[in-house]
Design a protein around this ligand. Sequence first.
Ligand code: PGA
Ligand code: ZN
Length: 388
Amino acid sequence: MINDISVIPAWNGRGEKTIKVKVATEKGVFSAYAPSGKSKGKWETAVLPADQVIKNFPDIKKQLIGLDEGDWEKFDSHIEQVCGRNFERCGANFSAALSMAVIRAASGNRVYKLLGGGAAFPYPIGNVAGGGAHMGSTAIQEFLVIPVKAKTITEAIETNFAVWQEAGRVLSRSRHIGRNDEGAWISGTDDVQTLDVVTAAAEAHGARVGLDVAASQLFSKNKYQWASLKKEFNTTEQFEFLKMMIEKYKLVYVEDPFNENDYAAFAELKKSTKCIICGDDLYASQALRIGQGAQHGATNAAVIKMDQAGTVSRAMRAIDACENAQMAHVVSHRSGETCDSFIADFAVGTGAKFIKCGIAGGERTAKLNRLLEIWSETESPAMAGSKF
Ligand code: PGA
Ligand code: ZN
């Protein structure tokens, strides 16, 4: 039984205040931290500032304790009743952290087992260099590496680190080298120069490259603003430019290539390439939107973020919608993270093909190290089958 719940302040790696939710049962205390995004989609469930969550909590605490943590799905429905269908009364950051803490309590901190995870492990998609809303000079938010040839999670992590280090060596010739919110390199280079560097580093290590364009962030006055290239694209020009990039750099993954309303443009790009086209801001981890996207044939993958979904069960429903639409699901961190490694369990437990959890920085390696730990506890582990 859930005997007590508490909420305390905490900080994420970007220096923002967030929350930690602690759930006490007969078996001990189980907890989770809320992640936070910066390049937020318009369809995302609303979060509340940490101080507001802490202030509101005493009023709802009584309604949340005394239930059985074992039936975590029922508890998630109860969260919806207390917080509102869109978690508007408590914030989706609070509901997500509470839901994650409760399923940890239900599983004795082995969430991946409780979710029935098989032996297939997700490929970690690592953020090598970046810009956009996460700081940096490029319009593209994330230049990503995918260790497509890795046979083990160790090889996958080694490859991602090697590519990140190699790209860092080249980019450090610039006087402006630094790291952004997700530990990805930032330098004075523009989008094309950065993609040249990341692709060369990936090729040297048998890996492939992907992008998170996060195009909603570039969309203003009906045009995509590529400041570092001093260009402004309409939708057709954006399509042509990205298609050229996919072909020239043999990209295997492109996330949010267009604005978050433009199912048709997503569908057009998907039709024209074998590259995985993924929706993040487009869907905001909402089952309903994933279903709509499927009707348009918009993407073949969708990002799932715990705080966009609002509870673990809601995230599961979004994954069900992906499965119905034959989309791969990509479990993802946020740019504002703590060392909470929940998404590693969740990705393995739900059979995700990919996990976006970054490469460098303690809050990123926490997830990678948890993947290694789960790998070591798994009988006959293997990487998820890929069709690269
Ligand atoms: P965010 O970025 O956490 O700042 O939203 C991550 C992403 O867009 O994938
Ligand atoms: Zn994204």
